[in-house]
Ligand binder design. Structure first.
Ligand code: UD1
Length: 383
């Protein structure tokens, strides 16, 4: 406990953590009783994967950067724990807050709970039921180590109860990604990134980085062939994740039409490969897109809020509410299903998308309030 204040240490590491942590840190800082610290593990370290997000989202400079960098899953997880442990021993926080499902999330949760420090997991309970996904293992382990499980959608509570997590640890608070989207949507629109790319309406977006999609050459090529076929009618912008670019280079397919970064939009469309985008640039582009193809988790949620048809290049989703209430369709990495769903989405007119419960921009306030009122900090008495 720092000077009679509750010390809350937030740990982030990879791109999708940053937009989840930003509103939570902002909400925590509104409570004078809480002293908030931020540790970046350094899992993502490129300017385009890390610094730009901190700047755009107004995240405070991390109190500490553990600079773990890339490595195998074992190496990365181990290295985060080795570097985080002395920090936790020194700082002795009352609570460690972790976000999402990346290696930094599980490493920080494990390290904290082994030291007897309470853990809060933001975005708990999501399950794809596919244990070949590293993120699924990270989710399961993190949830079972956590003391406060903040959920985004009804399926999460059911999953946690089924796995024996006590009901009183689970708090349905809504979606902090949506808090960030709501806050920055107008700013993103003013960005007009489409104009910067010289792109006319309509157009689509592709993002691709999951190991199951990009590590197997046949799968990657099948997806790209389907996308190229769609791109004959509809220009597709492809902000390319570093791991995907590496795989494309290894496969020696960058010479294929559109994959070499040379792009000229003509009436017939085209595929445009660009560097990863910042949060505002990507949101500005997504806001006006007619179709999004992705294997990301967060983008399934963002397209649900924006009411944009989303083809998820996976056979499962841990975010079923985006299929039930949003415009998300699971198409797998399967050429035929991708083309069929794209045709439907582009010709079928706009479907109605319903905003899931509590995706209202106030999830982080609920989290901060629960933390303040329920964490046991004896020397503070009742707050
Ligand atoms: C991680 C998350 C994934 C999330 C994704 C968002 C895990 C298990 N996976 O996957 O859930 O959707 O982040 O991007 O934590 N690299 C760079 N620069 C960087 C970071 C990575 O070039 O700043 C390259 C490195 O070659 C690295 C590779 O990308 O080996 C993969 O990075 P890593 O953090 O291991 O996983 P992601 O694929 O980014």
């Amino acid at each position: 406990m720092a000077c009679g204040r509750m010390k809350v240490l937030c740990v982030v590491g990879a791109r999708p953590n940053f937009m989840k942590a930003a509103p939570v840190i902002e909400a925590l800082r509104r409570w004078p009783l809480i002293h908030t610290m931020l540790v970046h593990t350094g899992q993502h370290y490129d300017r385009l994967m890390f610094q730009l997000f901190f700047e755009e989202l107004g995240l405070p400079k991390p109190d500490l950067d553990l600079q773990v960098g890339s490595g195998s899953h074992g190496e990365q997880t181990e290295e985060i724990m080795i570097r985080l442990e002395p920090v936790l021993k020194r700082e002795q926080p009352d609570l460690v807050v972790v976000f999402g499902d990346v290696n930094s999330t599980v490493a920080a949760a494990l390290c904290s709970s082994k030291l007897g420090i309470k853990v809060a997991h933001v975005e708990a309970g999501l399950r794809s039921f596919d244990r070949t996904m590293p993120e699924e293992l990270n989710r399961v382990v993190t949830d079972h180590l956590s003391d406060y499980l903040f959920t985004t959608e009804p399926s999460a509570r059911k999953n946690l109860i089924r796995e024996g997590v006590p009901e009183e640890k689970i708090f349905f608070v809504g979606n902090v990604m949506v808090d960030t989207l709501v806050k920055h949507r107008e700013r993103a629109r003013a960005h007009r990134y489409r104009d910067i790319l010289g792109l006319e309406l309509p157009y689509g977006i592709l993002t691709l980085h999951r190991p199951t999609n990009v590590d197997a050459p046949n799968t990657l090529i099948e997806i790209l062939e389907a996308v190229q076929e769609i791109a004959e009618q509809l220009p597709i912008v492809f902000p390319c994740h570093p791991r995907t670019r590496q795989k494309l280079e290894q496969l020696n397919v960058m010479h294929l039409q559109g994959l070499n970064g040379q792009y000229t939009q003509d009436r017939k469309g085209g595929l445009m490969v660009i560097d990863p985008l910042g949060y505002l640039e990507f949101l500005s582009l997504m806001d006006e897109a007619s179709l999004v193809l992705t294997d990301s988790g967060g983008i399934q949620e963002e397209t649900t809020v924006l009411g944009i048809p989303c083809l998820t290049l996976r056979d499962n989703t841990e975010r079923p509410v985006t299929v039930e209430q949003g415009m998300n369709v699971l198409v797998g990495p399967c050429r035929k299903r991708i083309l069929e769903a794209a045709r439907k989405a582009l010709t079928g007119g706009r479907l109605e998308s319903r905003l899931p419960d509590l995706w209202d921009g106030k999830a982080a306030d609920r989290i901060a309030s629960i933390i303040v009122h329920s964490i046991d900090t004896p020397s503070l008495g009742n707050v």
